[in-house]
Design a protein around this ligand. Structure first.
Ligand SMILES: Nc1ncnc2c1ncn2[C@@H]1O[C@H](COP(=O)(O)OP(=O)(O)OP(=O)(O)O)[C@@H](O)[C@H]1O
Length: 403
């Protein structure tokens, strides 16, 4: 894109966006830094981390000698991200707030603000990701459309969180860090004497809410709805809980009076029962296919899926987990049936199934219906032994289907 002019960079007060802003400035763009405030309470420790981050963001901008703006999207975050989270938790889903925050806030509210209110031609963030348009939109080609690609630093790959970003904002987004590793970014920040920014802890946990205990946090907003823990093998009540929203699939439950470790296998929002399985590799925790809805394809629906109704690619449903080969089958209403090459543990309703082909992140769809577990299919014992053709690998929580 020639003549880009003004670029609005989202500056969080962390090292990544600081170095992204530095690169933009070096490239000669008319750069403006914007800090977004999306949440407005002091955390449990009495420290207002938002104020500290805003101060750091301002410091970064003054160090780079670029204008700084502090904007509040508290209302938008509340309505478009947080309310939807609460609704999901209440109905037994485990949503992904970071994916939603990128889709609704950074690549919608913030993008529109930059374009309409600040007269910008492009936005930039410190995400580790690349696009076919290049780190600085040097290959901008609106006719071809943009593809989202993994970054050079695969360990820091953030494409998972960007898998619901719409095409138009992505076409106007620069990811200046896509070709760098985190170590290089830290080193560059040190070379520019941004020592206290480099030393800051990585942002963890829910977008903008920080690193506080999420279960305690969400409980402040949803009323308790007590129910029973039931052993999935025999239906016996083995304990009580105070709400299905506090638990997620695969999570270990510390149930008073029980010697064996139990893990959440299913949640029933109608009865408020949580079905628990004894042992981390219990067959009720593994499934091999599921349905996902509201498919979002960043560039376009993959051709084989559109033309033949079937498509082979790779999948993950958690940011840090390895990719697993899968086959997608097109269903009505923008749904897909996802069949994995091997059963996986703790696939969870409400999470996003994110699809990849080679170095491209294609998009994602929301997991809405789970197929039968290995237990329902009649598979019994586990723990590293061969059971009806299936080897359970307890170390990585995956199983290989043999024969
Ligand atoms: N409060 C905020 N205000 C402005 N931009 C933000 C804010 N939070 C995140 N961002 C933008 O989103 C990017 C990714 O945020 P995330 O919290 O996932 O990343 P991070 O890797 O810790 O980045 P950083 O080191 O810049 O904080 C940031 O690099 C920044 O550009």
């Amino acid at each position: 894109m020639s003549n880009i002019g003004r670029v609005i960079v989202a500056v969080s007060g962390g090292v990544d966006s600081a170095v992204a802003a530095l690169f933009l400035k070096r490239k000669g763009f008319d750069v403006v830094g914007v800090f977004m405030e999306n949440w407005d309470v002091t955390d449990e420790m009495g420290i207002c981390s938002v104020a500290q981050d805003a101060e750091d963001a301002q410091w970064v901008c003054s160090r780079l000698d670029i204008p700084f703006h502090h904007v509040s999207f508290v209302k938008e975050y509340w309505h478009e991200v947080f309310c939807s989270l609460l609704k999901d938790y209440g109905s037994g889903y485990t949503p992904n707030p970071d994916i939603l925050c990128n889709r609704q806030i950074k690549f919608d509210t913030f993008y529109r603000y930059a374009k309409d209110k600040m007269d910008a031609n492009a936005i930039a963030t410190g995400h580790y990701a690349r696009t076919t348009f290049g780190s600085f939109l040097e290959n901008y080609d609106p006719v071809a459309g943009v593809h989202l690609l993994k970054p050079v630093d695969l360990f820091k790959d953030q494409t998972f969180f960007l898998s619901q970003v719409p095409q138009m904002p992505l076409q106007r987004t620069m990811f200046p860090l896509g070709n760098l590793t985190k170590n290089q970014v830290r080193r560059i920040a040190c070379e520019h004497e941004m020592y206290h920014i480099v030393k800051k802890k990585e942002s963890r946990g829910i977008c903008f809410i920080g690193s506080r205990n999420f279960r305690n946090f969400i409980s402040e907003y949803l009323v308790d709805k007590p129910g029973n823990f039931r052993d999935i093998d025999n239906g016996h009540i083995v304990g009580k809980h105070s709400g299905i929203h506090q638990w997620t699939i695969g999570q270990r439950c510390r149930i008073g009076g029980q010697v064996k470790p139990y893990f959440v296998a299913r949640k029933d929002p109608k009865s408020d029962d949580i079905l628990v399985a004894s042992g981390t590799n219990h067959p009720s925790l593994f499934i091999q296919f599921f349905f996902a809805a509201e498919s979002h394809w960043i560039h376009s629906v993959p051709e084989p899926l559109m033309l033949e109704g079937i498509f082979e690619c790779e999948f993950r449903f958690q940011h840090t987990k390895p990719l697993v080969k899968c086959t997608l089958v097109a269903m009505a209403d923008n749904q897909v049936l996802v069949k994995l090459v091997r059963p996986l543990r703790a696939i969870t309703l409400g999470q996003y199934a994110v699809f990849y082909k080679g170095k491209e992140c294609l998009g994602s769809a929301r997991i809405t219906l789970l197929g039968p577990s290995l237990q329902s299919l009649g598979h019994g014992e586990q723990n590293g032994c061969l059971v009806r053709g299936i080897v359970y690998d307890s170390a990585v929580h995956t199983v290989d289907v043999r024969g």
